[in-house]
Design a protein around this ligand. Structure first.
Ligand code: FEO
Length: 396
């Protein structure tokens, strides 16, 4: 995609990876692709904010060249060194070897480890700023949004917050701003992005949001390094970040299961019927048929989590085992759960589930059945779903 103007002197020069379907290895299915955003500021000093993923250098430099000769870049700001943003840095540095580079000290050491180069580096931290002409760039440390090296860069002149991984979405389009696309779809992708990228760091995100609020920044644009730029709905996404990082939840329930001979599936279906009888929102996920990144997006603000697995060779089934190991990394708080499942002769799966994630949710009244559930046992599943829904509904 060609460079695009955000406002006078400020350009989006990043690239679009339309068909990238697996981000962060295979942890995150990006069904709408990925963008690697970078920004160019034309002032007395020509400033590049972030780069793009390796493999896109040629297109990236062409985008810059459509605005200015890349060799004339005076300043490169590195907000974050993860390879999706820094991969093109060595090639950019070859084109403008005398550019001054600004970022955190952790970013410098990380770039040296990744690429063996960091350029003419100046380490910066919160409270420091850099005059680039009529504009002054202010740096804000945001460790763990999304790595220890991360920072935001704010330009008061243009009222732009260059937020790198913060406030992103994995959403590709030929549009530039969030208000130019279907907002419901965009919001769904922003939630999935938060769940998969920032949820594990809720405590830090919450405290950074408070610190940033205290700065009283005038913000007309939030320009992240993934997805579309927020020039509208800024209070919407800010409020969402406050909400998610505070572990707040809706009264809704995720039922996630894996089944071997359909007995656990029959139990799951009765459980969700019971939940439905109390008119509480719920979704049933067969973990073998849904991507884990979509399931955790729903679970991010679901108060109730129910898990089911058949027992196989004394263990829970392997796909749900992998899912629960993935889930426990999110360090959730304040959830309610029970586990269920069918078994033949030993029935360890229910306890395996509880043991795996008891650090992030509270289990109560888990149960299991032998072989195929009887009508009476299916009624018990219905009642378990109903009474769990009542607990979620009546929660303060
Ligand atoms: Fe988009 Fe943490 O990299």
């Amino acid at each position: 995609m060609a460079a695009k103007i955000i406002k006078d002197g400020v350009y989006a020069v990043g690239v679009v990876d339309w068909n990238e379907r697996h981000f962060h290895g295979h942890t995150y299915v990006t069904k709408r692709g990925v963008t690697y955003n970078a920004y160019l500021i034309i002032d007395e000093k020509i400033t590049l904010i972030d780069t793009v993923r390796k493999g896109f250098e040629k297109e990236f430099l062409e985008n810059i060249r459509s605005i200015v000769d890349p060799s004339k870049i005076d300043i490169i700001v590195i907000n974050h060194i993860e390879p999706d943003h820094s991969g093109a840095f060595p090639e950019v540095l070859k084109v403008c070897p005398n550019a001054k580079v600004y970022g955190t000290e952790k970013a410098r050491s990380g770039l040296l480890k990744y690429y063996g180069v960091s350029g003419n580096w100046t380490a910066v931290k919160s409270g420091q700023s850099l005059k680039v002409g009529k504009r002054t760039l202010e740096f804000i440390d945001v460790p763990m949004v999304h790595w220890p090296d991360s920072m935001f860069t704010y330009c008061a002149y243009d009222k732009v917050l260059f937020s790198n991984d913060g406030f992103g979405q994995h959403y590709t389009t030929n549009k530039l701003f969030v208000d130019e696309v279907d907002f419901d779809v965009l919001a769904e992708e922003a939630q999935k992005y938060y769940a998969n990228i920032l949820w594990p760091f809720n405590m830090l995100v919450a405290s950074l949001l408070v610190s940033i609020s205290k700065l009283n920044l005038a913000i007309d644009f939030i320009a992240p390094s993934h997805g579309l730029i927020w020039r509208k709905h800024i209070s919407y996404i800010m409020e969402k970040y406050f909400y998610w990082s505070a572990h707040k939840c809706k009264k809704r329930i995720a039922v996630v299961y894996e089944t071997m001979w359909d007995s656990t599936k029959k139990m799951a279906q009765k459980i969700i019927e019971g939940i439905t009888s109390e008119d509480v929102e719920a979704v049933l996920f067969d973990v073998t048929k849904n991507d884990r990144s979509d399931i955790v997006s729903y679970m991010l603000d679901a108060k109730g989590w129910i898990f089911g697995s058949s027992t196989h060779d004394g263990e829970m089934l392997p796909v749900i085992a992998g899912f629960l190991h993935f889930l426990k990394g999110f360090k959730a708080k304040g959830r309610k759960s029970f586990a269920f499942g069918s078994y033949g002769w030993s029935g360890e799966a229910v306890k395996n589930i509880e043991d795996t994630i008891s650090n992030i949710t509270t289990f109560d009244s888990s149960f299991k059945v032998v072989f195929n559930p009887t009508e009476g046992e299916l009624s018990k599943c219905f009642e378990a779903g109903k009474s769990f829904a009542l607990k979620i509904k009546n929660e303060e």
